[in-house]
Design a binder for this molecule. Structure first.
Ligand SMILES: [Zn+2]
Length: 586
């Protein structure tokens, strides 16, 4: 049962303390019809994942990755993709050289760079030249706006800084580029010397920059200060597009972006999934969802908001970073309710327990089953999976008994949705006298764990991989009449088993290529519930539509892992519609 449907009125109540954009000059919410095909959203969404976002620790994108991220953002429908800083490294330079390979359906490309060097001319400045060569319709120039930085970091005169901003903007305007001025440390600069901070903006605007992006570079500004400063700036620069670029060091980056738009800002910079250095940039996806669902701005092309969750996941995968289950709007737990006494109420009125309809952002609601949950929670959970147990009290009792028994042995279904569904389907099949469909039967497996010390003799020295534990697994399966034996190699026994299982199944089930392992967690349970310590493995698998979690429990880790792995693959094949060898009811 999906939570889609009645209850979430369009235009939910206003966020407390946020001025409605409609009504303030130049900031009326754009009517849906006004976007039109290929038109630009009134609030411009400017993505900086590839430049500022990639400053995040652990985020290292190749040029190929960068092109894929750009394509995903373009497909989602953001207005601007900032590709990088071509002057800072060869990788970004190559990205711009290859950016033309992408179809670019929605977004325009921006190149980022600093204002010209002090006491030099803009003409002939090598960094500006590199920016020009990137050949993008938009050039974003970062420049100082805080006296402290002019005096201490730039070590030049304040007038020279103003000239650097103006000259650099004029240089690109003359080359018919659209110029965005990123006013670095603007809010700190404003607090230190309002007149000078505004003079920096004026220098850019008078030179032809069409957007003034106020950056909270240190991320320490709170929403009420953002409101006050943005209001003041917009009053000073009528007719110029004013935007914000907020960092999350006070956990306010999204809130600051939203209140800035409330004040009339029409350009928001941020990064996918909130990536960025230190505490990150504003999470662009939360900004988009908030403005579309709660402020009736139409930011993305029609229908694209529903691609938000899958885009967020896709970019996390390209970034090779774990996807945060708690990420607002798009995380797998964002609409997961732990059913207590109110399980039936959740089923009746999902809108009473979620702030928006999850299907609008391509997510879905979950009811978590926990050990303390009773019969009603199991019914709700099964109903969510499309299995109506309420009409069959006997079956409901059988499922409940099985779950209680499994939980006693150490299983936890709270997060292991897929194992729960497989269990319900197996019990349901059994009580109907049917045979649960299966894709493979295990005859046996063997795992060999090999430990090396990293000093590989005679074969070209040691790489980091040589010093990890290599394991080898042999899996013997029955696929109907056919017996298949496959060998897999991997880092650790689970990886080796996964490789062997995939190899054994790949010919019969090509769908397996799209199923992959995303997370693996092991917990040793003490002997409280069971008579001896047992190992519980939680394994998360994913395909391009989403992810699911399975659980395995045993005295030893390999058996527990196998169980979670076999369930994970079975569930993936079920999702993919792969025809089972033993059909239901056979
Ligand atoms: Zn930044």
């Amino acid at each position: 049962m999906s939570a889609a449907g009645e209850g979430w009125a369009d235009g939910s109540p206003a966020l407390p303390g946020v001025a409605q954009p409609a009504g303030s000059a130049g900031s009326a919410a754009r009517p849906a019809a006004a976007r039109g095909s290929g038109g630009r959203a009134f609030v411009e969404i400017y993505d900086t994942t590839l430049r500022d976002g990639s400053q995040q620790v652990g985020l290292d994108l190749t040029v190929e990755d960068k092109l894929r991220v750009a394509a995903a953002l373009d497909a989602l429908g953001v207005d601007v993709v900032e590709g990088g800083w071509p002057g800072s490294n060869p990788k970004d330079k190559e990205f711009f050289a290859r950016a033309g390979e992408l179809p670019w359906r929605n977004a325009q490309l921006a190149a980022f760079g600093a204002t010209r060097r002090p006491n030099r001319s803009a003409d002939g400045d090598p960094d500006l030249e590199t920016l020009l060569v990137a050949n993008t319709p938009i050039v974003t120039l970062v420049g100082k706006a805080w006296t402290l930085h002019v005096d201490e970091a730039l070590r030049t005169s304040r007038d020279e800084n103003l000239a650097m901003i103006a000259d650099s903007a004029r240089f690109f305007v003359r080359e018919r580029r659209r110029v965005v001025y990123d006013a670095e440390h603007f809010f700190d600069g404003y607090a230190a010397d309002r007149g000078y901070a505004l003079a920096c903006l004026a220098a850019a605007a008078e030179a032809g920059a069409d957007t003034l992006a106020l950056c909270d570079t240190n991320g320490g500004t709170l929403p009420d200060d953002i409101v006050r400063v943005v209001r003041d700036v917009i009053g000073h620069f009528p007719g110029v597009r004013v935007g914000v670029h907020c960092h999350n060091d006070s956990a306010c980056a999204v809130a600051n972006s939203l209140v800035a738009v409330g004040e009339g800002a029409t350009h928001v910079q941020g990064a996918a999934n909130g990536y960025g250095e230190r505490c990150g940039n504003a999470d662009l996806f939360a900004v988009i969802a908030g403005l579309e669902l709660k402020r009736e701005h139409e930011l993305l092309p029609p229908g694209r908001l529903a691609a938000l969750a899958s885009t967020a996941r896709e970019i996390a995968e390209l970034a090779n970073l774990p996807f945060d289950a708690k990420q607002p709007y798009v995380g797998s737990s964002a609409f997961a309710t732990k059913a207590g006494l109110h399980a039936s109420a959740i089923a009746r009125r999902p809108d009473a327990y979620s702030h928006v309809d999850p299907s609008r952002v391509g997510n879905r609601a979950h009811v978590l089953v926990s050990e303390l949950a009773g019969r009603s929670n199991v019914l709700v959970k099964a109903a969510e999976l499309g299995l109506d147990l309420s009409s069959d009290p006997e079956l409901a009792t059988a499922v409940l008994e099985e779950i209680k028994d499994a939980e006693h042995r150490g299983y936890a279904f709270e997060a292991a949705d897929a194992s729960f569904e497989l269990l319900v389907r197996r019990v349901a099949g059994r009580s109907a006298g049917e045979i649960w469909p299966s894709w493979f039967d295990l005859e046996g497996y063997r795992v060999v764990i090999e430990k090396t010390d990293g000093i590989a003799g005679g074969s070209g020295g040691s790489s980091p991989q040589d010093s990890t534990d290599r394991s080898e697994a042999i899996v013997r399966l029955l696929l109907g009449e056919q017996r298949v034996v496959a060998v897999g190699e991997g880092v650790g026994p689970v990886h080796a088993l996964d490789q062997a299982l995939r190899k054994a199944l790949s010919e019969l089930y090509p769908q397996i290529a799209s199923i992959h392992l995303v997370d693996y967690k092991v917990r040793i349970l003490d002997g409280r519930a069971a008579t001896s310590a047992v190992t519980r493995v939680m394994l998360t698998s994913a395909d391009h539509d989403g992810e699911w979690t399975t659980v395995g429990v045993s005295d030893d880790i390999v058996t527990a892992s196998w169980e979670a792995l076999a369930d994970g693959i079975s569930y993936g094949l079920l999702r993919a519609g792969a025809e089972a060898l033993v059909p239901a009811g056979a």
